[in-house]
Design a protein around this ligand. Structure first.
Ligand SMILES: C[S@@+](CC[C@H](N)C(=O)[O-])C[C@H]1O[C@@H](n2cnc3c(N)ncnc32)[C@H](O)[C@@H]1O
Length: 396
């Protein structure tokens, strides 16, 4: 996005910026800094309020989705409207700190992103697009209706805890509490147990659930209003446009541009340039659907190897019937496309998904090194380690 200063908002709620009695604002100290990154650790609203107007080129953020993720308090709001109001507050600050034309990418949850998108728009951003990130690692959080009916009819109730209780009897432990792990160390929730005898009513509902497998996360793409035209904005602020060539979907195929052929509508050489993206040797135009590797694999398994045919510009296209729109006249294609082959995933940018960055990719945060006397016994070293840990010191 042509950015030189990008702001990634992350951290945790809780630490606020102090103000002294003289109302002098104490700036948050960077938590980490190197030649390319300055990281602040604090409440996003506190940190954002300290940044000057129009000082940021782009914002990429993965805020809470208001889904009460793993029961975390930072992911819960009293109502969807309250969540939207919180979004509007930080999005408004993002708008202020961005340069004109600066882009914001904000990740959202598939159940709540309409609130996020409305906040982005209400704060004054132009919604430019939404990117669908498709991934394969999600688990459905679905209630088994037949088990819920059985649990209810056995007098335990119909929620997932009650179903576990009905299924596991004496072995029952509340979710997230004690043991009950299987051989691979996974917590045995009991929901997959097959020894729950379904009631006749429940048997009718076998195979019914309440949720789909999550495989998509939306990313709202907003742009701060431009100062003038795109050209004027880009020249004045270095923001406002997308670096398409920097994001092309690479391919091994020869995608060099074929010679242009005269075109029935535009004549030789005209028109084709607008849509000639598919013939760029650097790869395909980046799409608003992106995949992780497992989703790309699934897609390729489904599609098998496909071959797209070569179509030089000027190739006559057949007219086609288009339902209520009537018949389209036959036209010549205005752009050249290349023949290539592969799975369907080759049309989309594919990213490696890592839940957490590997140690090798994490910045090194300077640590205090405590040297112990060399004559300590292993038991004494363990004792020191235990006391330090008790005192809240993280010990490697
Ligand atoms: C959806 S998670 C993002 C996780 C992160 N992208 C990752 O992959 O680890 C939302 C994050 O926002 C943080 N958060 C919640 N409220 C915040 C606030 N007011 N200011 C800054 N960060 C906050 C949470 O601690 C959580 O880490």
């Amino acid at each position: 996005m042509g950015s030189t200063r990008a702001l990634t908002i992350s951290g945790f709620a809780g630490r606020s910026v102090g103000m002294s009695l003289g109302m002098e604002v104490a700036m948050t100290e960077p938590y980490y800094q190197d030649d390319s990154v300055t990281l602040y650790h604090g409440d996003c609203l506190d940190v954002l309020r300290e940044l000057p107007d129009a000082s940021v080129d782009s914002v990429v953020t993965d805020p809470p989705y208001a889904l009460e993720f793993m029961g975390k308090s930072w992911d819960g709001w009293s109502s969807p409207r309250a969540f939207q109001e919180w979004c509007t507050a930080w999005v408004t600050e993002c708008l202020r700190v961005l340069k004109p034309g600066g882009h914001m990418l904000a990740f959202g949850g598939s159940r709540t992103w309409h609130r996020l998108a409305s906040a982005v728009e209400d704060a004054g951003f132009e919604i430019r697009d939404s990117i669908a990130w498709l991934y394969g690692s999600g688990f459905p959080k679905s209630l088994d209706v037949s088990k819920a009916i059985t649990g209810t009819q056995m007098g335990y109730g119909g929620n997932s805890g009650a179903v576990r209780r009905a299924t596991m009897g004496d072995a029952y432990a509340e979710s997230g509490r004690q043991g009950n792990r299987d051989g691979a160390g996974r917590r045995d929730t009991g929901l997959n147990a097959h020894d729950l005898v379904l009631t006749p009513d429940a048997a009718t509902w076998q195979g019914w659930g309440t949720a789909l497998k999550p495989a998509f996360e939306p990313i709202v793409v907003g742009r701060k209003p431009l100062a003038g035209t795109v050209a004027a904005n880009v020249l004045a602020h270095g923001t406002g446009a997308l670096n398409i060539d920097g994001c092309r979907v690479a391919t091994d195929e020869d995608r060099s541009r074929p010679p242009r052929t005269p075109n029935a509508i535009y004549g030789a050489g005209r028109g084709a340039s607008i849509t000639a993206s598919e013939s760029n040797p650097a790869g395909r135009w980046p799409s608003n659907v992106v995949l992780d590797e497992s989703q790309a694999e699934v897609l390729d398994e489904q599609s098998g190897v496909l071959t797209s045919g070569l179509m030089p510009s000027g190739t006559p296209k057949r007219g086609k019937l288009a339902g209520i729109l009537g018949e389209f006249k036959p036209q010549d294609s205005t752009s050249a496309t290349y023949g290539d082959s592969g799975g369907a995933s080759r049309f989309f940018p594919t990213f490696r998904y890592e839940a957490k960055a590997p140690t090798s990719e994490r910045p090194r945060i300077p640590r205090n090194v405590l040297r112990l006397r060399t004559d300590l016994t292993p038991a004494q070293v363990d004792h020191v380690r235990a006391r330090l840990t008790e005192a809240g010191v993280q010990v490697d």
